[in-house]
Design a protein around this ligand. Structure first.
Ligand code: SF4
Ligand code: SF4
Length: 218
């Protein structure tokens, strides 16, 4: 079900933390940047210290960075707290939490640039579906500052499309180890280069990274 900004959704998070267990938290470069800034670590450190890892998407050959979870698949940023005598499970990096966490239990449809109710997510945690508490999709997204962060996400997505459409056809990558190596190399620039050092903890220098990547391709 596609949601417009006035669509009412019955969501009220009661901090069970269930969405932070057995879930892959896939990250964009901007998510990594914000997380690094919050934790005062460079992107490279986040990977080296195994706070973040990659998986390789076997269809698109994209390296997909994600939060590294333990064997029980619990997000390392989840923390239990007693609030007013009740067990609550909170996010240690709440201000810098990735976009997929902000929109949960909705799902973003990149192609349509719209949001959907994500029924498997709703099923996982029935406590956050509250039919006495409807709110508009716009309010819900605004409360997580999603609209402005989505602008970053779109820039990133456009760059991925540009890289794939211009130079790296999938068959070429699948059948050629050298091309695979180069493809992974340029992706590492995107995810690991910034910030290099503490002085760079300001705005994510997207245009600079983009130019660096395009120069590597051509
Ligand atoms: S599963 Fe739902 S209620 Fe539980 S923490 Fe996540 S959003 Fe909140
Ligand atoms: S980053 Fe925070 S909100 Fe996202 S899965 Fe981890 S603990 Fe949950």
């Amino acid at each position: 079900m596609k949601l417009d900004k006035n669509s009412l959704i019955p969501i009220l998070c009661v901090a069970t933390g269930r969405c932070c267990i057995h879930n892959l938290v896939i990250l964009s470069p901007f998510d990594i940047f914000r997380m690094g800034k919050f934790l005062e670590k460079t992107a490279k450190q986040l990977f080296e210290e195994k706070i973040i890892t990659y998986r390789i998407n076997q269809t698109s050959f994209w390296m997909e960075p994600m939060i590294y979870s333990n064997e029980e698949e619990v997000c390392p940023f989840l923390e239990a707290k007693q609030i007013e005598g009740k067990d609550k499970f909170l996010c240690k990096i709440y201000e810098a939490r990735p976009i997929v966490c902000r929109i949960y239990p909705l799902k973003y449809d990149k192609e349509e640039n719209s949001f959907l109710r994500f029924f498997p997510a709703e099923d996982r945690c029935k406590e956050c579906i509250d039919f006495d508490n409807f709110q508009s999709t716009e309010n819900f997204l605004n409360s997580g500052s999603v609209p402005s962060l989505l602008e970053d996400y779109k820039k990133f997505d456009d760059l991925l499309k540009l890289i794939l459409n211009q130079k790296f056809d999938l068959n070429g990558i699948k059948n050629n180890k050298e091309k695979q190596k180069k493809f992974f190399e340029i992706q590492k620039i995107l995810y690991e280069t910034y910030p290099n050092n503490e002085e760079n903890f300001s705005e994510y220098p997207f245009e600079k990274v983009k130019l660096e990547i395009l120069a590597k391709i051509y």
